[in-house]
Design a protein around this ligand. Sequence first.
Ligand code: FNR
Length: 397
Amino acid sequence: MRISSVPHAREWAQRRLPRAVFDVVEGGAEREVTERRNREAFDAVTWQQPVGVQAESIDTSIELLGQRLSAPMLTAPCGLAGAVHPDAEPGVFSAAAALGLGAVLSTTATRSLETVASAGAHPHAWFQCYFLGGRSGAEQLLERAGAAGYQTLVLTLDTPMPGIRYRDAGHGLTLPMNYRLGAMARLAPQVLRRPGWLARVARRPSTLSMGNGLHGVPGGGLDRLFDEVPTWADLAWIRERWSGPIVVKGLTRVADAQRALAEGADGIIISNHGGRQLDGQPATLRVLPQIVDEVAGRVPVLVDGGIRSGADVARALAFGASAVLIGRPYLYGLAIAGEAGARRVLDLLVSELTRTMQLLGTPDIEALRKVPVQFDVTSRFGIERQDDAQVTLGGAR
Ligand code: FNR
């Protein structure tokens, strides 16, 4: 497989997907400030490399909520994977399982949670719950997810309604999933320019359907995705209906981390939904250290947003994350070559993480988490802004 890096996979995926489909994956909310901030924060990280040390062997494995993962990575819950390739979520789960990584299934997946569970036979399968069809719908989902063998529940709290994604709006697509005929006709020219995608998707016409729609409800109740949304008050309610760990996703504030602990969450995921919800949120990496301090090891602290290499995974861990979630990168791989592509991207991230650990001389994740790391103090924004600063200085002289 010729994918050489995540940026390479991104370019390749862009060439394979109709523009509107690529934009559904790639887009952030509004002016995409948060989406950019997430990525730029990783550029501003400066290692203090200990030299003259060699780790004899590298062990990237971790223990997370009672499960052993081969590396501190899970695939993030991303709806609509079937829109990029018919291997869809089962392909992603199989890829993650083959590598010993965790995987989180979205409520808005294109395949049912039962199909995904049986396809991947995944030992570290988590389910992300939206209140599709209100609390009664959520009750059914929790029951189904438990019966299908998902071990951990992820409750996403940053989505009281979908963010405005200008790219989708420009293509005439609106959430939840309003693929209107008019919009479809408008997309025909870009779709026809991607015959490979069209052929793959046509082989599996249910590609864009929702796998977890409510049984017996017309349209699966998807128009009711935001009737009732989960709030802090629901944690106790869910606790009565879910026996495994509950992890809260979508926090960027210390106060919300405190609230999560007070409500008895078993873990938290620092996330701004990959910049797809409230634009203007801080980069997740920037808020990670203070939340890690606050939580002080009481529960695992995971983070996602903007991770585009194994070195980025290492950066997040050095800032105190217990593990990370990977979103868009595996969708790029999936778009290129289905399950094999997703697997290649995830495998690349693991080998890049291993290489970074070798460069740092850290034999295991515990050692990596102790390596001194800081944000570049000369520039809060990375190299481009350093150039700007020089220009300004030059002018002032
Ligand atoms: C998402 N994300 C998401 N999160 C969630 O809790 N439920 C969901 O259904 C979805 N759906 C979704 C679809 C697509 C196409 C994307 C790209 C993302 C957010 C996701 O779980 C994760 O937080 C971000 O993707 C992480 O950022 P990066 O790695 O994509 O930069």
